[in-house]
Structures are given as C-alpha cells and as structure tokens.
Write a protein that binds this ligand. Structure first.
Ligand SMILES: Cc1ncc(COP(=O)(O)O)c(C=O)c1O
Length: 427
C-alpha cells in the first residue's frame, strides 16, 4: 500500500497544482479515509457540496438505476429525471420563481447565466456585487468576485460595469457602526455607489445570502428585506447566489426562506448533487426567462444522471425532520464554540445559521490572527478534522460546514476534536 502512495504522490509533478501529501481512498457520510486507514471528519463536506456526505447509499442506488437506462442525452429532448427535477425545483424555490434553467455546468456558469438573464430582460449593463463574494471563476464572474487578488494576474481580462459594495459584516463594520443603531447604512449607501461609482445603469445585484468563502458573514434579519426594497426602487434584479446556502444548508431549503425574501433569480449548485454529482440550476421569475436557451447552454448541463441524484437529494433533505436536525446540530456546535470562547480568548466572533458556521481567530487586541488560524487548521488535521479557511477576508475564519446528515453524536465528536485541537495548539 505504501508503494502505491509513493507512486501516486510522484505523479504530483504533472499536476497543474500539486495536491496535499495524502491519498484519500474512500468516504462514508461525514467521514473520509486515507490509504493508511486514517479517519477524518470532513468539516467542509468536500467543497461544501456533499450535502448528504460521501457515498450516500440512496444516491448511489438512484444513480445506478438511472445509469442502466440513460446517462446522457442532448438536453433538446425530454427525460423523466430532468423534467421531474424541474418540477421539484419550482415547488421548493420561492413561489414566484417558476422557470428553471438546468443547462449550466456548475455554480460559476449558473451565476453568469443569471446575470445574462437579467441583462437580457432589462437591457441594462451594470452589476453590483459584494466585497468578499466568490461569484465564480469564469472571466465575467471572476470580475464580479469581491476580492482583487482574483483579478490581479489577469489584467487583460478585466470587465467593466461591475461595482463592488461592502457587505453587512457587523463584527467589523465597513462604516464603523453598531447594528443596533446603524439603520443599515450598508444598504442605504449602495445608492451612493450606484449614483457616483457605477455605470448608472444597474441591471442586477448578485449576493450570497451568507457569504461562504468570504468568512461566513451572516447579515441581520432585515438586511435582505431592505435590499429587496432598494432593488425595486432602483429597478434592478436581485439575484441570490444560493450555491452554498441552498438545499438545506441553513436548516431551510434556501436562505431566502430563512430571510423571508424572494429574489428575482436564484442560483443553485453544490449541495444539489447530494454526494458530489455535478449539477446546477437557475430559478427565475417568468419575465427573466425569455432569453433563448442556446445563449447559455453547456454540454454537461441538464445531466440526466446528476438529475436523478438531485431528485433523490431533495427528497431526503426536504422533510421537516431532516431540516430540524440541521438546525439542532448547528445550534449545538455554535453554543459549544461560544462556551469555548471563555476558555480560549482567541475565538472571536462565532456566527452561523444551521450548518453554515464560521468562527474568527483573533489576537489579544481582537485583530485577525492568520498565523494562529493556520496552526489550528494544521493541528485539527492531526486530530482527524478537515477544516477550511479562505483568502477572501483576512484568512482568519475557520468554517464548519459538514454534511447535512450530521447526527448530534457526530456534532459532539466534531466539538470534542476541536477542543482537543485548541488545547494542543495552545501548548
Ligand atoms: C457562493 C458560490 N458561488 C459560486 C461558486 C462557483 O461554483 P463552481 O465552483 O461550481 O463554479 C462557488 C464555489 O465555491 C460558491 O461558493
């Protein structure tokens, strides 16, 4: 076995980006195993996409059954899994979103399609996006992304018409305000950005309801109601990028349900594939759907096999009991971390909804402590916890977003390994 490991790792020299020095061989639920049989709890659920964890048996069964009949057919034809998935998505997304576009190949192309749909509908060109948002990695979505390091190496590919605005990051407010008294300036001041910094011709604003890569920022409850009002007043489309927050991650099918706000367009990907099948969708109000499909259509969009997986995923997640468990396990982890704050002052803000959780690591002055964050991440690995941080903010936020199948016992296990990690880090 060790030889296989060495042999595989030698191949790293051919990889565009060399991988970590560990060979993973199988996974089950929240657990991942390397070739030495070491067990890890994956607190990032793959790339935040394994809503049902590794190799969920019902997903495997649904896919196996579908594969015997049809794996792929051009999306010009009707198939049962795709048609049923469209029907299901209309049922579970906010009421006014009755049109589904499935011919996209992932989150970036879904977001790019949503922006095209808005521009096709209202004929305007400007787009507003949040600081710290990911949006995607196609040329346009990279430009819409809320961090300049994404664009730095690609100066020849810069797009115009995108205006970035600060998010509702109350812990470190851009406007130095307090949420109890600010009157939500972060929404009001968007008017200034539109009037003074944009094309003046805003087609859409794209927002992640909870910034995923950008440090798990959870806006106050009324933020999106106010943003909805602004979009209506200034006559632009409100696009919710629910690529991380959708399909149960918050304990609601969509963060739009948690915030009780209907966007004009919503994008869905990641968790929709259950155990890692590649599928994404755009849900839109009917007026946005008059763009010819061929303007945004990808070979692996409307994938029949992935649609079978997605249907089964929704069937499993969209039950009151399953969603209640997400809230319960999420609350357990957040409360545990808040208790640990007393013992470990380097734990700064702890924030989350459902199983979309993040916590800041800070120094004695309350400033972001990236060095300590990376140490904790490293020690967590040795304690059998796979944790993610990101460069979208200060790099000091550790995320806990395991598979949504998480049991209370598994949540306890995550917390106990985390506590052990904090102890070893402080030694
Ligand atoms: C919120 C959000 N939007 C869009 C994307 C892009 O999705 P994809 O990587 O499938 O293109 C991601 C990916 O991490 C994401 O987290």
């Amino acid at each position: 076995m060790e030889n296989i490991n060495e042999e595989l790792l030698k191949l790293n020299t051919h990889f565009f980006n060399p991988t970590e020095d560990v060979v993973m061989v199988n996974g089950k639920g929240i657990y991942l195993y390397d070739e030495k049989g070491r067990e890890y709890i994956d607190c990032a659920a793959g790339t935040f996409n394994l809503s049902l964890g590794y190799s969920h048996p019902d997903i495997l069964e649904a896919v196996r059954k579908q594969a015997e009949n049809l794996i792929h057919v051009t999306s010009s034809y009707m198939t049962e899994p795709v048609a049923r998935l469209v029907e299901k998505l209309v049922e579970i997304t906010p009421q006014s979103l009755t049109k589904i576009h499935l011919k996209v190949s992932g989150g970036s192309t879904a977001n790019e399609g949503a922006i095209k749909m808005a521009q096709n509908y209202n004929g305007k060109n400007g787009v507003i996006s949040l600081f710290r948002s990911h949006v995607g990695q196609t040329i346009y979505t990279m430009n819409a992304s809320g961090l300049s390091f994404r664009r730095e190496p690609f100066q020849g590919l810069l797009s115009t018409g995108i205006t970035h605005v600060p998010p509702a990051y109350c812990y470190r407010c851009f406007y130095n305000q307090h949420p109890d008294t600010c009157g939500m300036q972060c929404v009001d001041r968007i008017n200034d950005f539109i009037d003074y910094a944009s094309t003046g011709n805003i087609s859409a604003m794209i927002v992640e309801p909870i910034l995923g890569n950008g440090d798990n920022i959870v806006p106050p409850m009324d933020y999106f109601k106010k943003l909805r009002k602004l979009a209506d007043e200034r006559n632009f489309a409100l696009i919710f990028d629910e690529i991380q927050t959708g399909i149960g991650r918050t304990g609601h099918m969509f963060a739009a349900d948690y915030y009780c706000v209907e966007p004009d367009i919503m994008t869905i990907a990641k968790g929709l594939g259950g155990s890692g099948f590649q599928i994404a969708a755009i849900a839109a109000k009917p007026e946005y759907s008059n763009m010819d499909g061929h303007h945004h259509s990808f070979t692996y969009g409307s994938n029949v096999l992935a649609s079978a997986a997605a249907l089964k995923t929704i069937e499993i997640i969209n039950t009151p009991l399953f969603l209640a468990n997400i809230k319960e396990t999420g609350n357990y982890i957040v409360s545990y971390l808040k208790r640990l704050q007393e013992k470990y002052p380097f734990i700064g803000d702890v924030r989350g909804v459902g199983l979309m959780i993040g916590f800041e690591i800070v120094n004695e002055k309350g400033e972001p402590d990236t060095t300590l964050t990376n140490q904790i991440k490293k020690h967590a690995f040795y304690n059998g916890l796979l944790m993610r941080t990101s460069r979208y903010g200060f790099g000091n936020v550790i995320k806990i977003r395991p598979a949504l199948t998480l049991t209370l016992q598994e949540a306890e296990e995550i917390c106990s390994r985390l506590e052990k990690t904090f102890e070893t880090t402080m030694r």
